[in-house]
Design a protein around this ligand. Structure first.
Ligand code: GLV
Ligand code: MN
Ligand code: MN
Length: 399
């Protein structure tokens, strides 16, 4: 299933699926078919979230949510996001085959956007599902200068009014997200799976350096105000700054020279900055230092520098109760448990505003993710599947 889904792409020869793209529609059709085969009823909301629901016959039952995202980074692997959608479907199909019925409703959520590739703000899918999509989000623009609102309205074919949350908190049991670890800890500890205790604090934004464009052949070096040279100095500073302060991480992942040409001194440069730390205070302090340094670099080079935050989330603790239940299933299946902090962001961050969340991490080869060679072994996926089935059944026994 993951291989098949990994072939559904917007770019020939490599896996890229972005918010409300043609490949996302095809992915929803494919996954929607698997949901139906597992006995779920399927709907899609206006923001392209795919929602598969299995109703329990028990009156007044609450709903357990399981899921992750179907969008990807550019040139992605097959597992990031997709695993957390496919695995619960297989778990429910397995229970159906065993003739097990659950005393609670289940929804499998395939969120339409988590990676912030098309728009610089992440979590559009889970924000829409939890009623947290704000006016500021709808004003974000993609590379073609379309606002998020315009893109949603073109897809839905009608004016978009951001919905209320899909559920009242009291109607939900919790949210479980299964995800590849995207790091090397499980591999080092020789474990197939582990539970997540918390998700690190994260800030993303855009830095714009402005200088003066000019002729590359006629302007002497000492009379230039080169925005790209200033940005380059800042990028190396950010690398050294975070490198000296583990577990802080800082990444400049994109850089654009909008009017760039080989024979023009760069007049304007935009770069993305992503800063993460398990502690909110340390993350905020590091970001403030980095922005101050960008401003200092700009001043010294007679440039200007503007910081525009696009995304921020505080460190998100997983629910101790739900995680304890998940950890019991991990011990039952794997013998040994392990708890780790996630440096990556996940839909669970947004879902935590609605309901208790728990996350199961699955070992991935070389800790590699956001890369086409991303890989999790079938035997590890089997462990994750057994843990999920065990978790669903323990929850059934207790509710
Ligand atoms: C999501 O993949 C992230 O960047 O943490
Ligand atoms: Mn990702
Ligand atoms: Mn992910």
């Amino acid at each position: 299933m993951l291989d098949e889904l990994g072939g559904v792409t917007d770019e020939p020869g490599r896996l890229t699926r972005t918010f409300l793209s043609p490949a996302m529609e095809r992915a929803n059709q494919l996954v929607g078919g698997w949901m139906r085969e597992a006995g779920l009823t399927v709907r899609e909301d206006e923001t392209g979230n795919l929602i598969g629901r299995l109703n329990s016959a028990v009156p007044g039952a609450k709903t357990l949510l399981l899921g992750s995202h179907l969008d990807t980074v550019r040139n992605a692997g097959r597992f990031d996001g997709a695993l957390g959608v496919v695995l619960p479907i297989v778990a429910l199909a397995e229970l159906k085959q065993r003739g097990v019925t659950l005393p609670y409703h289940v929804e499998v959520l395939a969120f339409s956007e988590e990676e912030a590739v098309r728009f610089t703000g992440a979590y559009i899918g889970s924000k829409a599902y939890t009623g947290r999509l704000r006016a500021a989000d709808l004003k974000l623009r993609d590379a073609r200068n379309h606002t998020l609102r315009e893109v949603i309205e073109a897809h839905a074919g009608r004016p978009y009014v951001p919905p209320k949350a899909a559920h009242r908190p009291g109607d939900v049991l919790g949210y479980l997200e299964v995800h590849i670890e995207q790091g090397p800890v499980l591999e080092a500890k020789k474990l197939a799976v582990g539970v997540v205790s918390a998700i690190a604090s994260q800030t993303r934004g855009r830095l714009t350096f402005r200088g003066k464009a000019g002729h590359a052949g006629t302007t002497p070096m000492d009379l230039r105000r080169d925005a790209l040279a200033g940005a380059a100095e800042f990028i190396l500073y950010a690398e050294a700054f975070a490198g000296a302060r583990p577990p802080l991480v800082a990444t400049v992942g994109t850089i654009q020279v909008p009017a760039g040409a080989a024979n023009v001194i760069p007049g304007e440069v935009r770069l993305s900055l992503d800063v993460r730390h398990p502690s909110d205070a340390a993350c905020a302090a590091a970001l403030a230092d980095l922005v101050r340094q960008a401003e200092r670099t700009a001043r010294r080079r007679q440039l200007t520098c503007e910081w525009q935050p696009t995304m921020q989330h505080a460190a998100t603790p997983c629910s101790p109760e739900l995680t304890k239940q998940l950890a019991r299933s991990v011990r039952a299946v794997q013998g040994r448990g392990l708890s780790l902090v996630s440096g990556a962001g996940h839909d669970a961050v947004v879902m935590a505003a609605l309901t208790p969340v728990a996350m199961l991490f699955v070992r991935c080869r070389d800790g590699l993710s956001h890369h086409p060679a991303e890989y999790a072994a079938p035997k590890d996926l089997a462990v994750a599947l057994k843990v999920t089935v065990d978790f669903l059944q323990r929850l059934a026994a207790e509710s």
